[in-house]
Design a protein around this ligand. Structure first.
Ligand SMILES: NC(=O)c1ccc[n+]([C@@H]2O[C@H](COP(=O)([O-])OP(=O)(O)OC[C@H]3O[C@@H](n4cnc5c(N)ncnc54)[C@H](O)[C@@H]3O)[C@@H](O)[C@H]2O)c1
Length: 307
């Protein structure tokens, strides 16, 4: 049995990662400050340490006490909006917090460090699908802080005996997602459809996104943790463009009701089309997304029906 230290383990993606680790018999230590995460997301047989990654001493002490075999770093200020309003806070959590964890890993001789990054590092890509060699031109402090954190984890891998992987997640969706996250539109649509209201789309609905189901993402995290050759930067995606109109159509089928959406003004600066190639991660670890959009949306709708 190995011990895995999961920051942000009480959050949306983190809670699915924790479930998978426990299911295979690992001991899991969740380190979280519960700003967006919740105790309800954390399974009972998990060790929970309440702490903030901005607190260097507390973070280092927690890692030292539990001597994990690996760190999965998912804790973050994970939203674009707040990063525009309070860029300093975004920087402190996403960059400084990552450095605190890297230091904790270095001081305790931890050899594996998997960190969540984001498709937000790319900005407006001209050619699709986006690969890891596509230029990075983040459009927000959030994307910038994620990119800087990636640079830190890579420099630690060059400096010290630590294997690091930065995973650039596309739009992750599934049960337990909160509204404000990057694929939060799915949560909003589920709740709107189930409450009998008509959903509203920003723009003409023909903008596309790459949606990837959260359990596939959790699997990609575990593959990167386990696979000795996973080192560097990887997209985690479905490599499929889905328009918001098609997404809503699928969701209304899953909800079992007709809809006629309202259309509002497009969001300023919104990316028109997006899809990411996951070939590099597949080549390194064999990972592929297994859950189709139809199946994933049905499971997500089911979750909101029972909530
Ligand atoms: N959800 C997506 O579509 C998506 C897409 C790209 C990247 N990501 C990245 O994946 C990771 C997980 O995202 P998520 O969607 O699960 O978000 P989330 O907000 O649900 O989870 C983040 C977790 O980190 C915790 N946290 C926040 N600040 C902290 C701090 N200072 N110290 C300790 N814990 C703290 C929160 O309480 C929460 O449990 C993040 O790094 C995010 O940037 C998510």
């Amino acid at each position: 049995m190995q011990t895995i230290f999961v920051t942000g383990g009480a959050g949306f993606i983190g809670s699915h990662v924790v479930e998978r680790l426990l299911a295979r018999g690992d001991k899991v230590v969740v380190y979280d400050n519960f700003t967006t995460g919740s105790y309800g997301n954390v399974p009972e047989d998990t060790v929970v340490v309440e702490g903030d990654i901005r607190d260097k001493e507390r973070t280092e002490n927690a890692v030292m006490r539990h001597q994990p075999d690996g760190i999965i770093h998912l804790a973050a200020q994970s939203k674009v909006g707040p990063s525009l309003e309070r860029p300093e806070e975004d920087l402190a959590v996403n960059i400084l917090g990552t450095v605190h964890l890297l230091e904790a890993a270095r001081k305790n001789g931890i050899r594996r460090f998997i960190s969540a990054s984001s498709a937000a590092v790319y900005g407006h890509a001209k050619i699709l699908p986006i690969t890891e060699s596509t230029d990075t031109e983040p459009l927000s402090p959030y994307g910038t802080s994620k990119l800087a954190a990636e640079q830190y984890i890579q420099s630690y891998a060059r400096l010290y005996p630590i294997r690091t992987a930065g995973l650039r997640f596309a739009n992750v969706y599934g049960p337990r997602q909160t509204i404000e996250t990057e694929a939060g539109v799915i949560t909003i649509f589920c709740e709107t459809l189930l409450s009998g209201k008509q959903p509203s789309i920003q723009g003409d609905g023909e903008q596309t996104r790459d949606f990837v189901y959260v359990k596939d993402v959790a699997e990609a995290v575990l593959e990167s943790l386990d696979n000795e050759s996973a080192q560097g930067i990887y997209n985690v995606s479905s490599d499929t463009e889905t328009s918001i109109n098609d997404l809503l159509l699928e969701l209304s089928r899953a909800a079992g009701r007709e809809f006629s959406p309202g259309y509002g003004a497009p969001r300023p600066g919104d990316i028109r089309h997006s899809s990411l190639s996951y070939k590099r991660l597949h080549k390194e670890t064999g990972w592929i997304p297994k859950v189709s959009l139809t199946e994933g949306l049905e499971k997500t709708m089911e979750y909101y029906k029972q909530k």
